[in-house]
Ligand binder design. Structure first.
Ligand code: YH5
Length: 278
């Protein structure tokens, strides 16, 4: 999954698609074309910045950002499109505009979002976040981070089932960097197999995140190698688990650097072809 960040103020790739204060649609579609050429299967369109301290976006602003981009991608490309949103009205309009998946960092907890997602019949990704973007990194605290994040996701999964969303339309995401310290992020990463054991496919987003910056002492524009390494590690961890366990297969990696991630995963897959079963 390639990240298409259409917010003006994002941390990692903020405003790159803007000319002044307006979104440049030519640049945006060029970025999409590049990610698809590079091997992305899904484009994730995000119109709300969830970085710590980001200004809240109104529903109308979010619609005005997301809808022209969704429509333009639909006209130009044959790609799977995910829309990164928590807003019921954006879910509804994205679904009628031909989106293929709803990716919600608030796990459909906002007013009306669960119902809108259920009506859309689209697959949904449920992500864990502790607190809200404006305060989530203040003092993240858990007594057992893995158990608590899994429990939250299973509760939200249950709410989805009760709202009429089919079980095979649900993905889970630990929410790396969303209300978690470095240690908590790494604990969750090592526990990806436990998330897979829920039986649901996973989405993992670590690309360019602060955890990589902290470990390598690098700014956000220097986190490529760290991001690719973490993507391969996630794939390896989950593949090892899948060999022992028939449930919980399926992984979507949400990344900025599609070409480099695809190269690394291609090598990894080819190496794995020659694995001897002992
Ligand atoms: C995610 O993990 N993340 S937006 C800060 C960065 C770099 C990147 C400080 N939406 C996720 O990508 N959706 C975002 O550097 C997401 N899972 C899902 N499902 C944050 C982001 C980022 C933030």
């Amino acid at each position: 999954m390639g990240i298409l960040n259409i917010t003006p103020d994002s941390f990692s790739d903020g405003g790159q698609l803007y000319s002044g204060s307006v979104l440049d649609l030519d640049k945006t579609f060029h970025a999409v074309a590049q990610m698809l050429t590079d091997g992305a299967d899904i484009i994730d369109i995000g119109g709300e910045s969830t970085r710590p301290g980001a200004t809240a976006v109104s529903q109308q602003q979010e619609l005005d950002r997301v809808m022209p981009v969704l429509q333009g991608i639909k006209q130009r490309f044959d790609a799977l499109i995910s829309v990164d949103t928590s807003t019921a009205q954006v879910i509804r309009e994205a679904a009628s505009g031909g989106a293929h998946m709803i990716n919600d960092v608030r796990a459909l907890q906002r007013e009306g979002a669960l119902e809108a997602a259920a009506q859309s019949r689209l697959p949904v990704c449920l992500m864990h976040m502790q607190n809200q973007p404006n305060n989530m990194q203040a003092s993240p605290s858990y007594s057992d981070v893995v158990a608590e994040v899994i429990e939250f996701l299973l509760q939200r999964k249950q709410a989805c089932l009760e709202a009429g969303i089919a079980s095979d339309q649900i993905l889970l995401d630990p929410g790396f960097g969303f209300g978690k310290t470095l240690e908590q992020n790494l604990t969750l990463f090592n526990a990806l197999d436990q998330f897979a054991d829920t039986g649901y496919p996973l989405l993992v987003g670590v690309s360019r995140k602060t955890m990589i910056g902290q470990l390598l002492d690098l700014d956000v524009d220097q986190r490529l190698i760290g991001s690719v390494t973490m993507a391969v590690l996630a794939a390896q961890l989950l593949a090892q688990n899948a060999l022992q366990n028939t449930t919980g297969q399926g992984l979507i990696l949400r990344v900025h650097d599609v070409l480099e991630t695809v190269q690394a995963l291609t090598l990894w897959q080819n190496v794995n072809k020659f694995k001897c079963e002992k």
